[in-house]
Ligand binder design. Sequence first.
Ligand code: ATR
Length: 278
Amino acid sequence: MYKLGLIGHPIGHSMSPWIHEKLMEQQGIEGKYELLEIQPDEFDEKVNLLKEKGLDGFNVTVPYKEKIIPYLDGLDESARHLGAVNTVHHTNQGWIGYNTDGRGFVHSLKNRFPDLFHENSKALLLGSGGAARGIYEALTTTEINRVDIANRTMKRAEHLIQDIPSKAHAGALTLEQAKNTLMDYDLIVQTTTVGMNPDHDQMIVSLDHLTKGTVVSDIVYRPMKTKFLTEAEKRGARLHFGHEMLLQQAVYAFQIWTDTDPESSLLLDEFEQKLRGV
Ligand code: ATR
């Protein structure tokens, strides 16, 4: 009987319980995945109580992905590089922190667009927050050899590139520069919250210079098809959706906790229907 959960604030609308209960069903595993909401002023007390709850593992979301680190006994390489944890596993060496966000992104992208992954491919990330860091780290370990980052505050993009060691070529751009050079990229990833409900009519940059066949990805999954993706589709882009990443990062967490190998593609249609109904 697995005891799993999610800590964060606010988490009332989280899709994680649905995903993990479906994965347990698929794998014939018994267990429970609970929402463990923690108010910011009681973080220390509640996290220490978690240790007594006998959880096998839990996910960590905003705003605690960094704050959880001092409470852990070890970190995987990705969590250490990023300074952020989204998955904690209770092992006999204690609580070990992982970050499955970037890996989830890359896996879901590679499944759909394997042709992107070669050394002449060029990627552009829009944004430089926590999500961008994870995606940058994971993308730069693939065959893709150039990953540029554009951000409203260009300095943050420069810092991100300096902070995360990588073998890929990388450069920082302003959003204006990015907008004018979209045609140079094979993959464009929108990593900010711009376009998320209720501000679904917003777009981080105009897509006038986008060319046909480019893969355009948006990590926002509410709405499922953002304005950014809708406009990209009108220009002949191939689309990659935020919920595909969300599902795959959960599958990786589930694998860590249960040592099973679930198949996310079996769940994708059902997950899309569920999201449309929310
Ligand atoms: P998180 O760590 O959760 O990703 P964050 O650190 O606040 O969140 O990062 C949010 C990202 O969205 C940043 O890249 C931010 O740009 P700045 O670094 O210039 O603040 C970007 N962002 C948020 N609102 C934006 C907007 N209206 N236009 C452009 N970029 C925006």
